[in-house]
Design a protein around this ligand. Structure first.
Ligand code: MG
Length: 352
C-alpha cells in the first residue's frame, strides 16, 4: 500500500493499493465517529462494488444507506444534488455522520458537494474507481455540480476525511476510460518531469497503477498544499485544460475530458516551441508519449472557434485568459494573455 498525506487546513491521507475496499470497514471504524453512512455511487459502479461495500459496512456496525445515480456527467446537476440531500435527511444523517463517494469524478464531485453543504458540512470519504478520479478529482477538495451554463459552476472547497483508492477496481475500466486517465497522468509527467515522465514510456500505466497513481497524487498534493483554494500555483494543474476544455465544449462533449486535455497539451506545447518558450524536444517528447497511449494530439476546430468557446470559460476573467505552457519537461509556467494573444498561440499550435 502507498500512502500520501495531504496537509491542508484539515490534513488527510490518500491510500493507494490492492484490496482496500475490503479493508474499508475497519479503516473507517477507526477514523470516523459516524454511526450512519451514505454510500453514493452510480449504476455502473454500485452493482460491481457498492452492494458488497454496503453489506460489509453494515456488518462493521454502521447504519449504512445507499444512493445510486445514473452514470454520466448529466447526473452532476442541482436536481440530483437536491435529491441526494433529501435522502441524507431521510436516512437521519447528523453532523457526526459521513458520506462515502464510491465512483468516478461525477460521483465524487456531487457527493462531496452534498457533504460540504448538508447541515453546513459533514465529512466524506473518496473511494475513486476510475483512473481520472484516482489521479485527479478525488484529491484536493474541489466539489461541485454543473449548471446549464457551464461545468462546476456551483461548488465548495471541502477536503475529504480520507481517500481510499483500491486499484483492483481499475481492472474493470473500459479502454477509453483508461486512456482518459492516462492523459491526466501524462500531464503530471509534464509538471514533475523525471523520473515520472520517462517511467510512463517504459511500461504501460496499467502494469504499475500503485506506483504511478502514488506519484501523481504526490504531485497534486504539493500544488494543493501550496494553494488549497486555487488562487495561484494550483493553476499549473490546468496544463492542457484551457484549450482542451474548448475542444470538449465545441464537440458537445463527444470528445471526453482526457482526450481534450491531450489535444490541449499538444497544441500548447507546439505553440510554446513556435513562440520561443521551449525547445523542439518538448512538444516532440510529449506528442510521442500521448500517441503511445492512443491519445489524440490534433483537432479540426479552428483558432476562431476555440478562442470564442474558451472566452466563456469560468477560469478566464473578462479581460485576460490564462495559458499554462511547458518551458521544459518538468517545468510549466502560467501566462495571462489577451484574447488576441490566445488566438495567436492556437495558430502557432497548429490550428487553422
Ligand atoms: Mg482534468
Amino acid at each position: 500500500m502507498t500512502s500520501v498525506t495531504v496537509k491542508t487546513g484539515k490534513p488527510y491521507e490518500v491510500r493507494i493499493g490492492a484490496g482496500l475496499l475490503q479493508e474499508a470497514p475497519a479503516v473507517l471504524r477507526a477514523l470516523l465517529p459516524a454511526k450512519r453512512l451514505m454510500v453514493v455511487s452510480d449504476d455502473n459502479v454500485f452493482p460491481l462494488y457498492g452492494e458488497a461495500l454496503v453489506k460489509a459496512l453494515t456488518e462493521a456496525g454502521f447504519m449504512t444507506s445507499s444512493y445510486v445515480m445514473e452514470s454520466g456527467e448529466q447526473s452532476k446537476n442541482l436536481t440530483v444534488y437536491g435529491d441526494l440531500l433529501g435522502k441524507l435527511c431521510e436516512a437521519g444523517l447528523t453532523r457526526d455522520d459521513s458520506v462515502i463517494a464510491l465512483g468516478g469524478g461525477v460521483v465524487g464531485d456531487l457527493a462531496g458537494f452534498a457533504a460540504a453543504t448538508y447541515q453546513r458540512g459533514i465529512s466524506y470519504v473518496q473511494m475513486p474507481t476510475s483512473l481520472l478520479a484516482a489521479v485527479d478529482s478525488s484529491v484536493g477538495g474541489k466539489t461541485a455540480v454543473d449548471l446549464p451554463g457551464g461545468k462546476n459552476q456551483v461548488g465548495a472547497f471541502c477536503q475529504p476525511a480520507l481517500v481510499l483508492c483500491d486499484i483492483d477496481t481499475l481492472k474493470t475500466l473500459p479502454e477509453l476510460e483508461y486512456r482518459n486517465g492516462c492523459a491526466e497522468i501524462i500531464k503530471y509527467g509534464m509538471l514533475l518531469g523525471e523520473p515520472l515522465f520517462t517511467r510512463l514510456s517504459e511500461k504501460p500505466v496499467k502494469e504499475m497503477y500503485e506506483e504511478i497513481i502514488g506519484s501523481c497524487v504526490a504531485v497534486k498534493r504539493d500544488y494543493v498544499e501550496a494553494d488549497e483554494f486555487d488562487r495561484g500555483l494550483r493553476m499549473l494543474l490546468n496544463l492542457g485544460h484551457t484549450a482542451g476544455h474548448g475542444v470538449e465544449l465545441l464537440s458537445g462533449f463527444t470528445v471526453p475530458h482526457g482526450q481534450g486535455v491531450a489535444i490541449g497539451m499538444a497544441i500548447i506545447a507546439r505553440a510554446a516551441h513556435a513562440m520561443g518558450y521551449c525547445d523542439e524536444t518538448v512538444p516532440k517528447r510529449l506528442i510521442k508519449l500521448l500517441n503511445m497511449y492512443g491519445l489524440p494530439t490534433e483537432t479540426e476546430f479552428t483558432a476562431d472557434e476555440l478562442t470564442a468557446a474558451v472566452a466563456n470559460d469560468k477560469k478566464n476573467t473578462a479581460t485576460s485568459m490564462r495559458i499554462v505552457y511547458p518551458e521544459a519537461v518538468g517545468s510549466c509556467k502560467v501566462l495571462s494573455v489577451s484574447k488576441e494573444t490566445f488566438h495567436e498561440w492556437l495558430k502557432a499550435g497548429g490550428l487553422l
